[in-house]
Design a protein. Structure first.
Length: 361
């Protein structure tokens, strides 16, 4: 039987004390799945829409994959893309795999199909909908390349019921001055605010105009103030983001993502929770459990602990939390005062913006 608490203790000891304590087999707590990498948005911050991607994972293989993930003891799913809701068999896959067995099912979406598919989402076992919105109306539509994007996404959010909803904003130069307004807009529709950090090492950002979005030093000061005063993020996290955006020399924490999350791309490739590194297997050729237990997976996960990788900001909050375990524990305890009430129907009134958590792109 898989015991997450014992597993996480070994990951902490192995990453912070000695590699000899690392788990002998990876058992990620969450699986990030790309059933498609096609997207109908035209973001200046992303390259996905510039290509026509072939979805190699069939309906049957997708159903089997979810069953394999559940059998491994992984309790969290995150469907990303591209735009996951473009898969016409998306809800069929979850139904046939009995996805309701998972404790957490997150859909990362651009929000353009929420209004059309809100009934299917409401009737599904999805627990959380993360909508990528990078600013208020005009700024967001400029970044996302679609006029009316912001309004359509917010209209869709208002139709969701009994789901946790978050606006997922990538911290950037163009919308820095709008962050408080965006938090208020999220609160108005019963949502919280989460954030991502720009990265220069991801394959789907190779041709993106990141220079136009990179925060200036005054922007970084404003971002840090927002993270501290509105989202109540821990100081070690704010310090990292400040130094990162100011292009200062950073001491990167050991990356633990190989042990915490696994990525499956739309061509079946399996990644050790890291986009810049090479695949360690393919679910079209092998069972996911065999790939997780393989020497290739474990060697790469251990190499990530040693930071033998190109580096990125994906999930850096998890690695920072491991490195600053005492501060992280204190932050989690103190943050109870900011914790929102249990999930309710989206669109109901709320008095203030809820605290947010950093996410992976």
């Amino acid at each position: 039987m898989f015991y997450p608490a014992s597993y996480l203790s070994r990951v902490w000891l192995g990453s912070q004390v000695s590699p000899k304590f690392l788990p002998s087999v990876a058992r990620p707590l969450s699986a990030h799945i790309k059933l498609t990498e096609n997207c109908q948005a035209r973001c200046i911050s992303c390259d996905y829409w510039k290509s026509r991607w072939q979805d190699a994972i069939s309906t049957e293989r997708a159903v089997a994959l979810l069953n394999e993930i559940h059998a491994l003891g992984t309790t969290g799913l995150r469907f990303t893309g591209g735009e996951p809701l473009l898969r016409r068999d998306f809800f069929e896959i979850m139904r046939r795999a009995d996805a309701a067995r998972f404790k957490s099912i997150i859909v990362q979406t651009n929000g353009l199909l929420l209004k059309k598919l809100h009934k299917e989402i409401n009737e599904s076992p999805i627990t959380k909908v993360a909508v990528s919105i990078d600013g208020l109306k005009d700024t967001n539509d400029q970044i996302r390349g679609i006029r009316g994007y912001f309004d359509l996404g917010m209209e869709g959010i208002k139709l969701l019921r009994n789901k946790e909803v978050v606006l997922s904003v990538t911290l950037n130069r163009l919308s820095t001055s709008e962050l408080k307004g965006l938090a208020a807009a999220a609160s108005d529709v019963g949502a919280k605010l989460e954030f991502n950090i720009l990265s220069r090492s991801l394959y789907f950002l190779a041709g993106a105009d990141l220079d136009a979005m990179w925060p200036t030093k005054p922007d970084v000061i404003e971002i840090a103030r927002f993270l501290r005063d509105t989202l109540h993020r821990p100081e070690y996290e704010i310090d990292y983001i400040t130094r990162y955006y100011n292009r200062e020399l950073l001491t990167e924490p050991p990356c633990v993502l190989g042990y915490l999350q696994v990525f499956v791309l739309s061509n079946g490739d399996v990644l050790t929770g890291c986009y810049p590194l090479k695949p360690v297997g393919n679910i079209l050729n092998d069972d996911l459990g065999n790939i997780l237990a393989s020497d290739a997976y474990m060697r790469q996960a251990e190499a990530m602990i040693r930071r033998e990788c190109p580096g990125c900001t994906c999930g850096v909050e998890s690695s920072l939390s491991m490195k600053h375990a005492a501060s992280s524990a204190f932050y989690q305890i103190s943050n109870l005062a900011h914790r929102p009430p249990p999930p309710r129907a989206a669109g109901a009134p709320e008095s203030s913006a809820s605290s947010a958590t950093t996410t992976s792109p």
